[in-house]
Structure formats: C-alpha cells, structure tokens
Write a protein that binds this ligand. Structure first.
Ligand code: SF4
Length: 234
C-alpha cells in the first residue's frame, strides 16, 4: 500500500479532525481509516500483554508492522508472546532495543537503575528507542484504554502526539476490560500467560507485580514508586 507524504501540519490537522470524526467509530473502522490514510507509514506498538490491537490492525492492513520494545527486562512469557505473534499472525514484528544492554547500563549507571531512578531507566530503555524506531512512520497505534487508569481516562481515539510529531491512534480507547476479554475469546487472540497469573498490566519484570482485589489494572506497575507511566504516553 502506498503512503502519501504528509507534513507535520497536515498530520496535526488530520489527527484533530479524525479525533472528532471517529470518536464514536468502532475499532475496525478507526484502523481502516489509519491503514487507508497512512499505508506503510502506519504501525502498531505492542507490549505483548495481548495481541488484540495487532489482530485488529492485521485485518485492516495484513502484514502491518507491529513494533515491540525489548527493554532487556521483560518476563520470558512476554518474549514468548512476541515470538508466537510473529509466528502465527499476519503481521511484521519489529523488535526495538535500547542502545545499551542491561550490562552496559549497569556499568555506566550502576546496577538496578530501575529501583533508584526509574524515570531515567525508562527514558533510556523505552522512550529513546521508541522515538528512534518510530522515525519512519507518520502514525502509530497503541492499546491504551480509558478504563485502565485515571491518567488514561481522556485518551482520544485519534490524537496528535506533539512530542514525536505523529498521529497517535488508540482504536480501543473506548473499550472496557470486558470488551477485550470478549474479543480475545471470540477470535482466539494470543495473550500473555501472565494475565491468568494475577497480572493485569505487564511491563518490565522488576517494575511489575500482581494486582490486588479492587486495584486498577495498572496498580501493579512501579508499585510504591509514585510512578504510573513510563513516559512513552506522556
Ligand atoms: Fe527500567 Fe522498569 Fe522502566 Fe523497564 S519499566 S525501563 S526496568 S524503570
């Protein structure tokens, strides 16, 4: 599929208009719009918590790029989910890695930077590699949902990512956890096995714990550190 070139001004106007026009649209309709508008300059990012958005996007755009950020700190189950997605779905999985291995980071900053300065660790291992990895795209899709946490309650289905000067698409922003579960069941979508082991939101192993009864889905991320987001979505 050919992608038309877009200037930043074009992209911003597109994002703002689409955010209004598509607020009530279904996830497949939002992804159809993204595929038609951006073609190969559109990608999906996935934490490999589940493959719901990748599955939806592969139907709108078979062979779509699915970008996964391998921080070097993932659970083995997350890496396994990525490999399974690459093996069985009609998507092109692209794995991004930080400039430094964990060992190199430890040598420069000391061990367990995630415990001492998680913002810096996320900046090095998530934010920077994603910015480099998204350089060739005009638009990217995420699995953000409004019901995940108060910080995500106003996520637009299509918005302007001013930091990266790209269109940011959240096709399941209006979905609930029940909607996700129903889609997974209906389509047999791959999910991370940790989701059936007490985890509700899955990130790097040192910064993720199981959630307790009544906690929101992201309460198990950076628990006790007063941090709720890695910086990618801020
Ligand atoms: Fe580092 Fe934790 Fe952020 Fe992963 S989630 S990059 S281990 S601070």
């Amino acid at each position: 599929m050919t992608a038309a070139p877009h200037t930043s001004q074009d992209l911003r106007q597109l994002a703002e208009q689409a955010g209004r026009d598509l607020e009530e649209a279904s996830a497949p309709e939002i992804l159809r719009w993204a595929a038609d508008t951006f073609g190969s300059r559109f990608c999906v990012t996935s934490s490999m918590e589940d493959a719901v958005v990748a599955h939806l996007a592969s139907r709108a755009m078979p062979g779509v790029d699915v970008v996964f950020l391998d921080t070097g700190y993932h659970f083995p189950e997350t890496i396994g989910t990525r490999d399974a997605v690459a093996a069985v779905m009609d998507v092109n999985v692209i794995t991004l890695t930080p400039r430094q291995t964990v060992a190199e980071q430890d040598a420069e900053y000391g061990p367990k930077l995630h415990d001492r300065d998680p913002d810096r660790c996320c900046a090095l291992r998530k934010v920077a590699p994603l910015e480099e990895g998204l350089a060739g795209y005009d638009a990217w899709a995420t699995g953000l949902r409004r019901d995940e946490s108060p910080t995500r309650a106003h996520t637009p289905v299509v918005g302007w990512d001013a930091r990266r000067r790209k269109v940011k698409v959240a096709p399941i922003a209006r979905w609930t956890q029940d909607d996700v579960a129903a889609y997974v069941a209906e389509h047999g979508v791959l999910t991370n096995p940790l989701l059936t082991d007490g985890y509700a939101s899955i990130g790097c192993a040192p910064c993720t714990r199981r959630v307790l009864e009544g906690e929101d889905a992201r309460a198990g991320r950076w628990a006790g550190l007063g941090k709720t987001e890695c910086g990618i979505h801020l």
